[in-house]
Design a protein around this ligand. Structure first.
Ligand SMILES: Cc1cc2nc3c(=O)[nH]c(=O)nc-3n(C[C@H](O)[C@H](O)[C@H](O)COP(=O)(O)OP(=O)(O)OC[C@H]3O[C@@H](n4cnc5c(N)ncnc54)[C@H](O)[C@@H]3O)c2cc1C
Ligand code: FES
Length: 267
């Protein structure tokens, strides 16, 4: 059951000019959250902006205090206000929301595929995978430029192999993250069982989903959409899905997602 309460800002760090790591205290969300779920967060006190913004749960910190972290990028009005919230500010926080990732079958190697700020969903998943003691994941991470690639220390300090791609070639392979994926798939052995976990902009989800389907590899996509309510009421977040003779079906990203199998959505 999601909780809705004012969560105090415990820590708020700028990672670079437009990426921030926010730590909030919310014992109930910390206790109940699963990897892949999100919160709807008020970006400043008062009623402007009226709508809360959806943010993935980046981590639940160990310990009894009930601390959750959000990693976000400033892209518009709400996230700009959020970046100005000092320690001690109270931010209405509703969650945990959404369905979360399904953990892979035993023996399956998870491949995390992140585009830009899509990385924010993966530390929590990496920690859940570690607790599950299955094969260690590998991270394929793409962005426009080196500056868009954040949170690398989290993965490197846990010895998770990281492969990078940037569109401008400022670090890693030049090009899209799909190049890294194609290289990885070409090198895999017949006995390797892989599952892709993907989060990033919609064109990237579409491209990665197509590569996965072509290669016959299981693939879960974390979708983004406008989310006015986050609780299944307004239908502002629907995504088309394969339907039947009567036409496409629509599903709510907030309650039936945000995680879908690639075959479940028609992006
Ligand atoms: C499940 C989920 C998880 C996410 N996790 C993260 C994360 O971890 N980190 C991160 O940086 N970003 C994340 N995002 C994206 C993040 O929510 C957006 O970047 C953020 O909402 C932008 O807010 P803004 O006010 O700064 O941007 P703006 O572009 O100024 O405003 C976007 C907001 O405008 C409103 N809006 C605009 N058009 C409409 C419309 N047609 N109908 C209804 N409302 C509208 C909505 O409130 C919308 O959220 C996530 C998105 C989703 C769906
Ligand atoms: S955001 Fe309102 S139904 Fe999904």
């Amino acid at each position: 059951m999601p909780s809705d309460s004012p969560a105090p800002v415990v820590r708020h760090e700028a990672l670079n000019r437009d990426h921030f790591l926010l730590t909030l205290e919310s014992a109930r969300i910390a206790r109940e959250a699963r990897a892949g779920q999100f919160v709807m967060i008020q970006t400043r006190a008062g009623s402007d902006p009226l709508l809360r913004r959806p943010m993935s749960i980046y981590r639940v910190l160990p310990g009894r205090r009930g601390l959750i972290q959000i990693l976000y990028k400033v892209v518009g009005t709400g996230t700009r206000y959020l970046s100005q919230q000092p320690r001690g500010a109270l931010l209405g926080t509703l969650g945990p929301l959404g369905n979360g990732f399904r953990l892979p079958e035993p023996g399956t190697r998870p491949v995390l595929v992140a585009g830009g700020i899509g990385i924010a969903i993966f530390p929590f998943l990496a920690e859940a995978l570690r607790k599950g003691r299955g094969p260690s994941p590998v991270l394929l991470y793409g962005g426009r430029s080196k500056r868009d690639l954040v949170a690398l220390d989290f993965f490197r300090s846990r010895r998770i192999p990281v492969r990078l791609a940037t569109e401008d070639g400022s670090t890693g392979t030049r090009g899209f993250v799909t190049r890294l994926l194609e290289t990885l798939l070409a090198a895999r052995k017949a006995a390797d069982h892989l599952e892709l976990f993907v989060c990033g902009p919609t064109p990237m989800l579409k491209a990665v989903g197509a590569v996965a389907t072509g290669a016959g590899v299981a693939c879960q996509l974390a979708l983004e959409s406008q989310m006015p309510c986050g609780i299944g009421v307004c239908l502002g977040c629907v995504v088309p899905c394969p339907g039947d003779a009567r036409g496409p079906l629509f599903r709510r990203v907030c309650t039936e997602g945000p995680i879908f199998r690639a075959s479940e959505v028609a992006l």
